[in-house]
Every structure is written in structure tokens, then in C-alpha cells.
Design a binder for this molecule. Structure first.
Ligand code: BGP
Length: 481
């Protein structure tokens, strides 16, 4: 028993990291367009932004180093890029629709036709290429106006604006798109509330008020996500809607029961976000969190019924790394990551950016999720951010091939253990601007893009060694690893 014959092999991208054209054809600014590039260390990110930095970013127009404004120019190169995905044999492409391209400020009542036209072109191109689109409705790119004129997702109004956007997407693109994801890594609101939910720390006088709004915003996203499921099913009866979480596998540092308890707690925190969307109710962990943080959620009468009634059809997730949980990290070597900084696991290698590479952790996570929810899984992000070197027009990225090979072996083992997996989309199938650092030099793709961290370069696309390797994997349906 291996990969099913209709297994969806493909790759993933997000509008704000690839499209560029940040103010073209009526697009409004999004939270991604004000993210500067980080310059230095492995563990530095650009998630946090001050009020001053935000104002400067809004003022600066086309100036300044805001790489997501330019992306890799997918807005103009999508035909060529999709042709390359087709050449690799992609069965699917995960991409997002930039909310601020359809609703530049987020609160308009009518959408921007030029934004709609762009995605019609993209979906048509994918259809002709025989590639199934998997669409994320919210991937770190909410309209900035909703931050400056509302309180981001902490404002109840945002639910209505988002649902308006979702309905437009379902009506316009339902004829092309069957698979939808609601919020990319919804749990990331805890790590970077600005990017995920438009919550600006400088707007709060106390930490307590800031935390209150983070949880309030999360609640609004849960309600909005459930309503998105409802309307997707109503407008596109054959649609399948998934939640999307950042999955990590957490190990206790040793068999000290206190470390085991901490590891369990971290795991429950991780699963809390999928629990709400799959099981339809807040788990114990959430209620404990509200208590310890003195959170007093404001809910409307029907909120919990909506969450209960409109649960997701499948569970999608990103998986990059595992973590080690320990009661006392003093004196320990630390590692970075998209989830949190944690203690180093001596059994694992790390990427150029200090993320721990753990293929077996993927199998463990697949079994954990499937056994808990009994819903099909979709691995929608997994990949290696590395520094690639071009030698006479070639990129020999054997390290990336090794990374994928080992993860695919473990994915196959999970399937053999009985886990239902719909598909796999690597992150990112083409080099793009990093979400956390806005660097171009953190490369994930099978396709190299000639652009550097300063935005200089020809934008030419080059096939890395991993391009042909992945093509072989897809052609053999995961047999030729
Ligand atoms: C996930 C995000 C992606 C992405 C990826 C890699 O958390 O959903 O958008 O970019 O991580 O992270 P980074 O680009 O920071 O290396």
C-alpha cells in the first residue's frame, strides 16, 4: 500500500510572498507590504512592528526595503511559472488570494474587478495545465486599512468583511476551485499577532489588554472560519474546506515526569487550534489559557453554535520541525524555527536557519492528527530553507533532495499505517520572499529565482537538481525516491 492513485502531489506559494505588484491594478496595502527584511542573525524575524515603523512604511511609497511588495513578480510571470509546475507534473498548486487585491481596504461593499480578473487568469491557466488549485483564503495578508481603521481581527466587523471577501471568492472561482483552506497557520496569532490578525502592540497600554485582544481576534477568526465553511458548502456544493495549522512534534527532554508534562502541554496547545475547527468546540486547554491570562471573551449568542455546526472537511498543516520541551532551558543550546525557539535535540540536524530537521516527526504528527480527528489530512507545507549556490547556471541542491526523500519515506509509512492523506504540497515550490525574514536568500524552491536580498537580479527562473528529482517522484507516484 502506497500513495493513492489520485494523490495530489504539488507545491505551495502565497500571494504576498510571490505576486509583487503591490499597488498595481487597484490593490491596497496589506500587512505583508510593511514587513522589512531582516539583516542579521539566524533567529531574527520581522514579525513585530512598531507604530512608527508602520507609519514610515505607509509613507514611503515605492521606496524602502519591503521585499514582499515585489515578491518574485508572479503577478506578471504566472504563465511561465505555471508552465514550469506543469513540466514537473504537478497535480495541484496551493496558492492564496490576496484579500487586498479584491478588497483594497477590506471594508468596501464591492470588489475590485481587476483583482478578480487576475485570479480568473491564474485559475484558467492552472486548469489548462491540468493542475488542481488549493486556495488559502487568508495567508498573512489582511488589508492594512483594517489595522489602521479598525483593530484588525480584534474588531467584530472584520468577520463581516472577511465573509464578504470569501463569498466573492466562492462565487467567482467556485467553478475552478474545490479545495479551500481558511486561515494559514491560525495558531500563529500567538507568535505574531500583527501579521496574522492585524493587532499592533503599540496600540495597547497594558499587556493584559493586548492579550485580551489577541484571544478575542482568534475567537473572531474561528467564527469567520466556520462561516466560511458554511458558505463554501452552500455556494460550491462539491467543495472541501480545511483548517490549516502549524504542526510540530514535541518531545520531552528526558523521562522526568515534569518534562513529559510540559511536552504534553505544548502538544495540547498546538492541537487546541485544530480541535476547535475539527471537533467544533473549545478544548480544556483553551479554557485554562483564558483563565491564566484573565481573558474575558466577548461572544455573541450564536458563536458557539456556528463553531459547532460548521466544522472542516479535512485537516491541513505545515510541518517543518520538531521541538524539545524542557522545564529548565538554562545553559542549553537553543535552536530557531517557525514555531518557537526551543532546546536543541542532539539527535537531529538543523537547517541553515537553525530549524531542526526531523522526518520521523512528520509520521508521528500524521498519526497523532489522524487518530485524533479521523479526518483526511493534507500536508500543505514542508520544505527546506537553504542557501543555494549557482555554479555555471546549475544549482546542485542534493541537501534538498535528501530532505524531501526522507520526509516522503515517512509520509508513506504513515499511509501504510492507515493514515488517509489527500496530498502533499512542498513549501515553496519556487523561491519566494521568506515569510519570517523577508529574505530571498532563504530559498525553498525546486525553481531558483535570480533575485537577491536587495531585490536585484534578472528574475530569471532556473531549474535546480531537485526539479528533475521531484518530477520523477510525481511521475512514479512516490515510488522513485
Ligand atoms: C510558514 C508560512 C509560509 C512560509 C513558511 C516558511 O510558517 O505559512 O508562508 O514562508 O512558513 O517560513 P519562512 O519563509 O519564514 O522561512
Amino acid at each position: 500500500m502506497g500513495f493513492s492513485k489520485d494523490f495530489l502531489w504539488g507545491g505551495a506559494i502565497a500571494a504576498n510572498q510571490v505576486e509583487g505588484a503591490f499597488c498595481e491594478d487597484g490593490k491596497g496595502l496589506s500587512v505583508a507590504d510593511v514587513a522589512k527584511r531582516v539583516i542579521s542573525s539566524q533567529y531574527e524575524t520581522q514579525w513585530a512592528i512598531s507604530k512608527e515603523q508602520l507609519e514610515e512604511a505607509i509613507r514611503c511609497g515605492d521606496e524602502g526595503n519591503y521585499p514582499k511588495r515585489k515578491g518574485i513578480d508572479f503577478y506578471h510571470t504566472y504563465k511561465n511559472d505555471i508552465a514550469l509546475f506543469k513540466e514537473m507534473g504537478f497535480k495541484c498548486l496551493r496558492l492564496s488570494i490576496a484579500w487586498s487585491r479584491l478588497y483594497p481596504n477590506g471594508d468596501e461593499t464591492e470588489p475590485n474587478q481587476k483583482g478578480i480578473d487576475f485570479y480568473h487568469h491564474v485559475f484558467r491557466e492552472l486548469k489548462q495545465a491540468g493542475i488542481e488549485p488549493i486556495v488559502t483564503l487568508s495567508h498573512y495578508e489582511m488589508p492594512l486599512h483594517l489595522v489602521t481603521h479598525y483593530r484588525g481581527w480584534a474588531s467584530r466587523d472584520t468577520i463581516e468583511f472577511f465573509i464578504r471577501f470569501c463569498k466573492t471568492c466562492f462565487r467567482e472561482f467556485g467553478c475552478y476551485v474545490a479545495y479551500w483552506l481558511t486561515f494559514n497557520e491560525i495558531d500563529s496569532i500567538i507568535r505574531h499577532p500583527f501579521t496574522t490578525a492585524g493587532i499592533l502592540k503599540d496600540n495597547y497600554e497594558t499587556e493584559a489588554a493586548y492579550q485580551q485582544d489577541i484571544f478575542q481576534a482568534l475567537h473572531h477568526q474561528f467564527v469567520a472560519g466556520s462561516l466560511a465553511v458554511k458558505y463554501a458548502h452552500e455556494i460550491i456544493p462539491a467543495s472541501q474546506v480545511g483548517c490549516m495549522i502549524t504542526k510540530t512534534t514535541t518531545y520531552p527532554y528526558n523521562c522526568d515526569p515534569e518534562n513529559i508534562e510540559i511536552a504534553q502541554h505544548v502538544t495540547m496547545l498546538n492541537l487546541m487550534f485544530s480541535d476547535v475547527q475539527v471537533l467544533g468546540e473549545y478544548p480544556l486547554t483553551a479554557k485554562q489559557l483564558w483563565k491564566t491570562n484573565s481573558i474575558d471573551l466577548i461572544m455573541e449568542e450564536d458563536d458557539l453554535n456556528i463553531i459547532k455546526e460548521y466544522t472542516v472537511d479535512f485537516v491541513s498543516f505545515s510541518y517543518y520541525m520538531s521541538m524539545v520541551a524542557c522545564k529548565d532551558i538554562k545553559g542549553m543550546e537553543m535552536v530557531g524555527g517557525n514555531l518557537a525557539v526551543g532546546a536543541k535535540n542532539p539527535y537531529l540536524d538543523t537547517s541553515d536557519w537553525g530549524w531542526q530537521i526531523d522526518p520521523l516527526g512528520l509520521k508521528i504528527s500524521c498519526i497523532e492528527l489522524y487518530d485524533r480527528y479521523h479526518k483526511p489530512l493534507f500536508i500543505v507545507e514542508n520544505g527546506l530553507g537553504a542557501k543555494d549556490v549557482v555554479l555555471e547556471g546549475k544549482i546542485h541542491d542534493s541537501y534538498r533532495i535528501d530532505y524531501f526523500r526522507e520526509h516522503f519515506r515517512q509520509m508513506k509509512k504513515a499511509i501504510e499505517a492507515g493514515v488517509e492523506i489527500i496530498g502533499y504540497t512542498s513549501w515553496a515550490c519556487i523561491d519566494s520572499v521568506s515569510a519570517s525574514t523577508s529574505q530571498m536568500s532563504k530559498r525553498y524552491g525546486f525553481i531558483y529565482v535570480d533575485l537577491d536580498d536587495e531585490g536585484n537580479g534578472s528574475k530569471q527562473r532556473l531549474k535546480k537538481d531537485s526539479f528533475d528529482w521531484y518530477k520523477g517522484v510525481i511521475a512514479s507516484n512516490g515510488e522513485m525516491l
